[in-house]
Write a protein that binds this ligand. Structure first.
Ligand code: HEM
Length: 418
């Protein structure tokens, strides 16, 4: 049976406890799932590898009506891959898998390295650098030039503001989200213009670039995407690349808190680099939960779910589940040395199979950008971290260190091949 919380509605506690809302209750009730109400609506909240499998495999859930519409409109939008299910979803997902294939990921990292080095040369001339603020335009520019989008005029700065506002306000309700929504409309207009100019031959992005692949993509019925949906999907590639900046800030924080890793990477020893960035993605908070509505009836843990039932999978709770991770509150990259790669355990970017479910198609991009940033920070930048408030509030969605990581850059060590 799945226990039900005594409280009539848990919305206030959810906002108060933030990322730890699920975890506190799973631990108190010694359960991996419980039922309650949020915004007065009945919901089942679950964590763990079994829950991730249930949620991500077998097409049991749709994302429609499963998130507050303010969040959906800012992060994914109607008609996007996330709003599709079954065969139409899997067909559209192929487009994202083409955009993020290995060769393209390598090209992205190489552009990112060049953009970082150019920016870092300037950081050395400044009194202080706030890493998060510095990364936003840097990653926007990287994402745009990689995607085949002209990096012209004020486009980088405008998109930087708009993408940052979309993510910053995704966990909020009411007026702040309306302003962010207006910005999103602005970005969509810009993206629609790019799709039109590509279709008319005015722009010719290279084969393999996101702009080219999305513009030319044919749906299963042989028709191209409408200009509106193509624009939405282009933004759904660009915006999350900028969001990786948060993980880079958390990586910098982890290097600062655990200097032995900084020393190890500085010495050129990369053997645990991927384990380190995976531990950053496991340990630090990003999206707290994902929501789904049942599209079929089924039984799980003695509870009968009916069509339309609302479920939240606790991503942060699963990444901190003591039943999966020993000592989950310790930052310990070594734990990944013998990790079995179970697709339901490390789920900051969703679980299950990427091609046939809603798991994030940008995971390898995220990991590779983070690895490059860690190399740059540990090996090529000499910096100190002045006194500042590095606390990360677990009540703020999406989380970030209060000070957003301020550094004093003293010098750069150039790459041997630079
Ligand atoms: C900051 C790093 C990122 C985080 C924390 C993140 C998180 C997530 C999560 C949790 C989901 C699953 C949502 C669900 O189950 O409904 C998802 C899906 C998605 N992500 Fe990411 N993501 C990140 C980076 C990226 C990147 C770099 C891309 C660029 C390609 C991307 C594109 C997408 C798309 C298109 C989906 C929808 C997939 C589908 O519905 O099949 N994400 N992401």
């Amino acid at each position: 049976m799945i226990p039900r919380l005594a409280a009539r509605d848990s919305t206030a506690s959810f906002l108060l406890d933030g990322y730890t809302f699920g975890r506190r209750r799973f631990e108190r009730l010694r359960t991996n799932a419980f039922r309650t109400r949020l915004m007065l609506k009945p919901v089942t909240i679950m964590r763990g590898a079994d829950a991730a499998r249930l949620f991500y495999e077998g097409n049991r859930f749709t994302r429609s009506s499963a998130l507050p519409s303010s969040t959906l409109l800012l992060l994914q939008d109607e008609g996007s891959v996330q709003s599709l299910d079954g065969a139409p979803h899997d067909h559209r997902k192929l487009m994202f898998l083409a955009v993020t294939q290995e060769e393209e990921t390598r090209r992205l990292v190489s552009i990112f390295r060049d953009d970082w080095e150019r920016a870092a040369a300037e950081w050395g001339t400044l009194e202080e650098v706030e890493l998060h603020a510095a990364l936003l335009p840097l990653l926007t520019r990287t994402a745009m030039s990689w995607a085949g989008v002209p990096v012209e005029g004020g486009a980088v700065l405008e998109r930087t503001d708009e993408f940052a506002a979309m993510l910053e306000n995704a966990g909020r309700f009411g007026p702040p989200t309306w302003a962010a929504r207006t910005r999103r409309n602005h970005s969509e207009e810009w993206a629609r213009d790019l799709i039109r100019r590509t279709r008319s031959g005015q722009l010719s992005p290279s084969a393999g670039s996101a702009l080219r692949i999305i513009t030319d993509h044919l749906e299963a019925d042989g028709k191209p995407l409408s200009t509106k949906i193509a624009a939405v999907e282009l933004i759904n590639v660009l915006r999350p690349i900028v969001a990786v900046g948060r993980y880079i800030v958390f990586s910098a924080l982890a290097l600062h808190r655990h200097p032995r890793w900084a020393r190890s990477f500085a010495s050129g020893n990369d053997s645990d680099l991927e384990n380190f960035v995976n531990e950053v993605r496991r340990f630090y908070p990003f999206f707290p939960v994902v929501g789904g509505r049942a599209t079929t009836s089924f039984e799980w843990n003695g509870h009968k779910f009916g069509i339309g039932d609302w479920v939240l999978l606790d991503l942060y709770g699963t990444n901190h589940d003591g039943g999966i991770w020993s000592d989950p509150d310790r930052f310990r990259p070594e734990r990944f040395r013998d990790w079995n790669g179970d697709r339901g355990t490390l789920i900051p970017q969703g679980g299950g199979d990427v091609a046939h479910g809603h798991r994030c198609p940008g995971e390898s991009i995220t990991v590779e950008l983070m690895k490059e940033a860690v190399r740059q920070l540990a090996r090529h930048l000499v910096y100190s971290v002045p006194d500042q408030d590095l606390r990360v509030s677990l009540r703020r969605f999406p989380a970030i260190p209060e000070s957003r990581f301020v550094m004093k850059v003293a010098a750069r060590r150039l790459r041997a091949d630079a």
